[in-house]
Design a protein. Structure first.
Length: 79
């Protein structure tokens, strides 16, 4: 068998698993912000607060990121 093909399949699997774990962890953190506000529905500003408050998500904050763009669209005066 072609070792490059097997390596590529393994790589895709590992990246997919890491992405799933990352999103699972972030969702749990964002839910904490939602539940602290005594709501059952997670809103965009809960995600934004999570990104700004949890150090490991700092790379998602700031101009040029998707989170920043979404927050600008939803929060008046954020520019």
């Amino acid at each position: 068998p072609d070792k490059k093909k097997n390596f590529a399949k393994d790589t895709v699997h590992v990246v997919a698993l890491a992405t799933e774990l990352f999103l699972q962890d972030m969702t749990k953190q964002c839910y904490q912000y939602t539940s602290e506000r005594k709501r059952r529905t997670m809103m965009l500003h809960d995600v934004g607060d999570c990104i700004k408050s949890v150090p490991r998500y700092e790379f998602l904050d700031g101009p040029g990121t998707l989170a920043w763009t979404l927050m600008q669209d939803c929060v008046p005066g954020l520019n």
